[in-house]
Design a binder for this molecule. Structure first.
Ligand SMILES: Nc1nc2c(c(=O)[nH]1)N[C@H]1C(S)=C(S)[C@@H](COP(=O)(O)OP(=O)(O)OC[C@H]3O[C@@H](n4cnc5c(=O)[nH]c(N)nc54)[C@H](O)[C@@H]3O)O[C@H]1N2
Ligand SMILES: Nc1nc2c(c(=O)[nH]1)N[C@H]1C(S)=C(S)[C@@H](COP(=O)(O)OP(=O)(O)OC[C@H]3O[C@@H](n4cnc5c(=O)[nH]c(N)nc54)[C@H](O)[C@@H]3O)O[C@H]1N2
Ligand SMILES: [Mo]
Length: 770
């Protein structure tokens, strides 16, 4: 027996797979990763667990042609396993039928989701190419991560929604130049395990340490203390969830009345400060947004707010916002207001200072401004112009034909007859899963490519088993990471599973466009081709080794991204005439004429405090007195590898842990390690109690991603045995501007669960017939 060591790349890092006689034995950290994520080694047991989808399967009622509109068949029916030939025929015939009878826009290919690392086997890329070549599909716009930010920032600072990533200070510059970092939502290192598309080695933790060692002070404004690492010695200001805008307004008001604000920058480089200042002063509504006002709303003391206003203006400061603050009711406001606050503070456009978003939400944010071009599966333009804002999927299914607002336009929700999901898990990521489950019954057909029988697979009509990233050849290049990493197949696909590409090629063949889809390349020829394309574009031999050398050595370094990165705030500060931003005014828009002209009642012409529908001071808190923070899990990426070793070992009696303050636990008779029921009017789930002072009183934290495990799948509001917080969250848009998801605005209560514990069936396949 000879052990082979092979390269593995994932969204949570790069590893070495140890393979013996074709068997994957273990996954080890790479010697050169200073902070490897423990998620990787836990992938091994999931590769062949009982949840793997081994053969194509079709829901029984669908196969029998039973009528299904508005019933509860999806998610409850048994499945029948079929041959690949039959599965390919069923899917291609159904695609043909739906396109002919209802038009191409009736095919929903939005298929949001992270899928796996890999430039060729990129699940959405493959799906979109396949559907676009076949006539097109209704797409989705923006992300569950940052929809509110993506829509508001181009109005405020101009440019591409993601361009802020290359315009904000990098960690090295912060260490060198900054004195004070105020982080709204903190800088949770649990999140920097991840980088979209992969990474060679984790850097954020050491870069944060360097900042601290250089003397930078950190303030963590967050409901959870552990959102900053202990070594940062951060000052913790617990904030009532969803009130960051009020805290920022209180700080801004204090700056204004004391004359501490940077008048020169506001006059030269921004527009609309006067109108905003009149709002701050309360000239129209009679309410000055002063520190006392902010203290009442946020729970942060008046003194702390005043003190921050002083320090932000006298020290070289940086205001950071994370993404969770905008995944909330009126999530546009804290993003917009944080830019305005930085502009007032006097640090905007100074090295290592000013404003930035998303630090530590992913490893490469703030590590490098960008990386150069790397080839990927080529896009084909989609002939169908229709789209939905990504989080409006249940609305579209329930209310086709309804018109909604979106960033100044009116959109008509299309009638979707066939859902094709590949590389995402809506029954993890969407809010109010009971509502989604109802909506999900309406289309004619749901096709899903999955490797495991997760809830989305169980709610499909046709499930096609896919090879995982360990079971195919590819290479990875992550966001802002200056490396590409080889991903040779380390094991054979489980059962009869095939790659997404192989499945689409077979469907394209039946539908008459295989050659257009595959360009007559085999999979490994595609991988070589994309590598060669990258190599040529970056300068050939001088830039990258030959493909064979790269494949042998596993990792190649890319040249640094050189920019230019237009829209820099330093340029703006130096000369706003010469270096205008890509906003209508060319300046930072504290007041946006454009947004004002939309006349929305939930997003005005300047940042404002809007009371969230669900928060700790809402009337509803009489019945549900705890604010639910459903943040990202430390033990996995979203729902991926919830069945892996790392995530399974984090569970309490098989349930997802929920963390609460001892002061909230005591009156409810809850002790650490007990199973509790978390509930509100939308649903309820079981979870394992963890008590900690790190979570402020009034707040409970339950991470996303436990596979939804409904006791009675067809029944509205049925108990979830496993702990998926999206049975509790509200499917309510942030506002009419972004229509983004507001997962972090939900009230709940928690009680002991003393009844006999039901078994968790989340990882069991549905009933399968042959
Ligand atoms: N309550 C609440 N909900 C949230 C959030 C929150 O903060 N709170 N966060 C939101 C955010 S930020 C995000 S980004 C979303 C994430 O939502 P998703 O991206 O949908 O979540 P994942 O679990 O990553 O789902 C990826 C799915 O793709 C499958 N997969 C992996 N590789 C492949 C492949 O090669 N081919 C195919 N066909 N499938 C593959 C995996 O098995 C998995 O089921 O969740 C959102 N939901
Ligand atoms: N390990 C791991 N890392 C991940 C992911 C994962 O699934 N697992 N997902 C990745 C993805 S797709 C994304 S988009 C990013 C998301 O990055 P974020 O959205 O920033 O991450 P979260 O963990 O949801 O939230 C971080 C913290 O924000 C705080 N917070 C919540 N609500 C509020 C509020 O109203 N005000 C303030 N001040 N703070 C609040 C919470 O205490 C929470 O712990 O993370 C990425 N990193
Ligand atoms: Mo995300």
């Amino acid at each position: 027996m000879v052990e082979r060591r092979m390269s593995v790349a994932t969204h949570w890092g790069s590893y070495i797979a140890v393979v013996d006689s074709g068997q994957l034995v273990r996954i080890e950290p790479r010697y050169d990763d200073p902070v490897p994520s423990p998620i990787g080694p836990g992938m091994v047991t999931a590769a062949d667990d009982s949840a793997r989808v081994l053969r194509p399967a079709v829901r029984k009622g669908w196969l029998n042609g039973e009528p299904r509109a508005h019933d509860t068949a999806r998610g409850t029916d048994a499945f029948v396993e079929v041959s690949w030939d039959d599965a390919i025929t069923l899917v291609s015939d159904e695609l043909r039928r739906v396109r002919a009878q209802h038009g191409d826009s009736a095919v929903f290919g939005g298929s949001y989701g992270w899928a796996s690392a890999g430039r060729f086997h990129h699940a959405q890329g493959q799906l979109h190419r396949f559907l676009a070549l076949g006539g097109g599909y209704t797409d989705s716009r923006n992300t569950y991560s940052t929809a509110a930010l993506e829509v508001i920032l181009p109005h405020v600072i101009g440019g591409h929604p993601w361009s802020y990533q290359s315009r904000m200070p990098m960690w090295g510059e912060i260490a060198e130049n900054c004195e004070l970092v105020v982080a709204f939502g903190g800088l949770a290192l649990k999140n920097s395990q991840i980088n979209p598309g992969g990474l060679a080695r984790h850097q954020t933790q050491n870069l944060q340490r360097q900042c601290r060692e250089a003397g930078v002070r950190f303030v963590n404004i967050s409901p959870i203390r552990s959102d900053t690492a202990g070594f940062l010695d951060a000052e913790w200001l617990p904030v009532i969830p969803n009130t960051d805008t009020a805290a920022m307004l209180g700080i801004a008001h204090t700056m204004l009345v004391n004359g501490w604000h940077d008048e020169d920058f506001l006059r030269r480089c921004c527009v609309g400060f006067d109108r905003f200042a009149s709002y701050l002063a309360g000239e129209l509504d009679g309410i000055p947004k002063d520190a006392a006002w902010a203290a009442k709303i946020t729970g942060i003391s008046r003194d702390a707010i005043t003190d921050l206003a002083g320090r932000l203006t006298t020290q070289r400061s940086l205001i950071m916002v994370n993404y969770a603050v905008q995944r909330a009711d009126h999530g546009e406001q804290p993003i917009w207001m944080s830019v305005v606050l930085a502009a007032m503070a006097g640090s905007m456009g100074r090295p290592g200072c000013g404003w930035g978003a998303g630090y530590a939400t992913m490893d490469a944010t703030g590590v490098a401004p960008d990386r150069p071009f790397v080839g990927t599966i080529p896009e084909v333009s989609n002939p169908v112009p229709d789209f939905i804002p990504v989080a409006r999927i249940a609305d579209a299914l329930l209310h086709p034909g309804k018109t909604i607002d979106y960033d100044g336009r009116r959109l008509t929700l299309p009638e979707l007859r066939l859902i094709y999901w590949c590389g995402g898990n809506p029954f993890h990521h969407h809010q109010d899963l009971h509502r989604l489950a109802r909506a999900w019954q309406t289309p004619d057909t749901v096709v899903v490519h999955e490797a495991w029988w997760n809830t989305t697979a169980k709610f499909a009509d046709i499930v096609l088993p896919v090879a995982t990233s360990l079971e195919r050849d590819d290479f990875a290049a992550g966001f802002s990471d200056p490396h590409i990493v080889a991903m040779p197949k380390v094991r054979e696909p489980a059962g009869e599973s095939r790659t997404d590409h192989n499945i689409f090629a077979a469907l394209a063949s039946q539908l008459g466009y295989e050659r257009e889809f595959t360009e007559s390349r085999s999979e490994i020829e595609w991988v070589r081709h994309l590598y060669e394309q990258t190599r040529t574009k970056l300068g050939g031999d001088a830039a990258l080794p030959s493909f064979d050398d790269f494949w042998r050595s596993a990792t190649a370094e890319l040249p640094a991204a050189t920019g230019p990165f237009p829209g820099s705030f330093e340029d703006l500060r130096s000369d706003p005439q010469r270096f205008p931003l890509l906003t209508p005014s060319g300046r930072i828009e504290i007041f946006s004429e454009e947004i004002d002209s939309f006349a929305y009642d939930d997003c005005a012409g300047h940042p404002k405090w809007f009371e969230p529908v669900e928060w700790l001071r809402a009337d509803l808190s009489d019945r549900f007195p705890l604010h639910l923070i459903s943040n990202q899990p430390a033990s996995r990426l979203h729902s991926q590898y919830d069945n892996g070793g790392r995530s399974l070992s984090s569970k309490i009696d098989g349930r997802e842990p929920v963390t609460m303050n001892p002061m909230d636990a005591a009156p409810r008779g809850i002790e650490s390690g007990m199973i509790v029921r978390v509930y509100n009017d939308r649903g309820s789930c079981l979870a394992g109690a963890v008590l900690s002072d790190d979570v402020m009183p009034g707040v409970v934290q339950l991470s996303t991603g436990a596979w939804w495990d409904p006791v009675q799948p067809g029944m509205d509001g049925t108990l979830d045995r496993h702990g998926n917080p999206n049975v509790l969250t509200a499917d309510r848009p942030c506002s009419r501007l972004s229509q983004g998801p507001s997962a972090l605005s939900a009230l709940v209560d928690v009680e002991r669960y003393d009844s006999p514990l039901p078994d968790v069936l989340a990882f069991s396949p549905p009933s399968l017939e042959h």
